[in-house]
Ligand binder design. Structure first.
Ligand code: KG4
Ligand code: ZN
Length: 341
């Protein structure tokens, strides 16, 4: 079964063709990051307009690179939630128009389910059930994935997402947007023990996160040093931030997997590219006898392959929609688009 998957929830215009879910025949990503970097963050209006400009070329390229014609597609999927509403609407409406012309089903896909599915693309042997960690610019989630389309959120952030904290601290350190990857690189030469940074605990919610304290503490360190005319050791702070995020996330994911009796953990989302987080996940999982799935960096960020893959499983589960399907800025990953039509 050939499925075209379209992703446009934030600042990547992406499309991909999957064969029976797992085989990716093409994966085209147009990143708008350079544009948004000028403003230090994603500007929603610009994101929508860029998606509108690029979507036709990106989709055409994805179909061509797959070596097929549009008429061979069996279904068209697109991210319909969560994300920037104007950005989502561009990809979803383009996908609906394709499905109308081709007289093939339209499959709405939850962006976070897509991130998890990046693991199915990377690891052909991976099957649910497992515990998923999704850490991106907008989300930090621990999810129990009992089946391809059945999942329960076990933990979430109470304030900022890990990626948001990384990006904000990176910005104040003078790194270009989005600063997560640059901060990670900077920290690799640093001493993570120099600055003592907080690790928050959410009382009564062992799997929940809070990163706003880490953000504030880091910004205070930078500002206080500036006021005193002192130089902050940027690489040490960067190393400390990556360590604080990893130490906040890894024990919680491992504990959640243990509690649910899962022997597999799959990581996903842009922050899963962080080197300290990856190394700590590897160490902790080895110790706990848990098999760890870490997708390659190219599949951690937003892409079309993850949507084309998840669309296949949504299709199998009967989660198809029609031309009336809308998009939603927020939606729980455990919810069904059937409740959103
Ligand atoms: O999943 P993603 O590409 O987009 C969203 O759906 O948000 O995640 C983007 C986030 C940004 O906050 C970016 O700074 C962060 O992932 N990121 C990293 C690294 N690479 C990307 N954060 C820490 N370390 C990295 N190596
Ligand atoms: Zn994402």
């Amino acid at each position: 079964m050939l499925i075209l998957g379209i992703e446009s929830s934030c600042d990547e215009t992406a499309a991909s063709v999957s064969l029976d879910g797992r085989r990716i025949l093409s994966n085209v990503v147009y990143s708008q990051i350079d544009m948004h970097a000028l403003y230090g963050g994603v500007v929603p209006e610009i994101a929508s307009r860029k998606h509108a400009e690029k979507i036709t070329a990106v989709v055409r390229q994805a179909v061509e690179e797959a070596g097929i014609t549009f008429s061979q597609l069996d279904a068209v999927g697109a991210t319909c939630a969560p994300g920037l509403i104007g950005a989502l609407l561009v990809g979803a409406n383009f996908a609906k128009a394709c499905s109308l012309m081709l007289e093939k089903p339209f499959v709405p896909v939850h962006h976070i389910r897509g991130h998890i599915a990046a693991n199915y693309v990377a690891f052909p042997e991976l099957e649910p059930p497992f515990t998923a960690l999704v850490a991106s610019g907008g989300h930090t989630l621990i999810i129990d994935v009992s089946d391809y389309t059945e999942m329960t959120v076990l933990g979430t952030t109470r304030d900022d997402a890990a990626g948001e904290a990384f990006d904000k601290i990176a910005r104040v350190l003078g790194l270009p947007y989005p600063g997560g990857a640059a901060l990670d690189r900077l920290g690799q030469e640093g001493d993570s023990g120099r600055y003592r940074l907080p690790r928050a605990v959410v009382t009564g919610h062992p799997y929940d996160f809070s990163f706003s304290g880490l953000k504030t503490a880091s910004l205070n360190l930078i500002h206080n040093a500036a006021q005193k005319g002192e130089e902050i050791r940027r690489e040490d702070l960067a190393a400390g931030v990556s360590l604080a995020v990893a130490e906040s996330i890894v024990p919680r994911v491992a504990a959640a997997a243990r509690e649910k009796g899962r022997d597999k953990i799959a990581a996903a989302g842009g922050v899963a590219a962080n080197s300290v987080l990856r190394a700590m996940l590897e160490r902790e999982c080895r110790k706990a006898g848990i098999k760890l799935y870490l997708p390659p960096l190219s599949l951690c960020g937003d892409n079309g392959a993850m949507i084309a893959c998840q669309a296949y499983y949504e299709y199998l589960a009967g989660n198809i929609s029609d031309s009336g399907q809308n998009c939603y800025a927020n939606m729980n990953v455990s919810d069904s688009f059937k409740n959103y039509q």
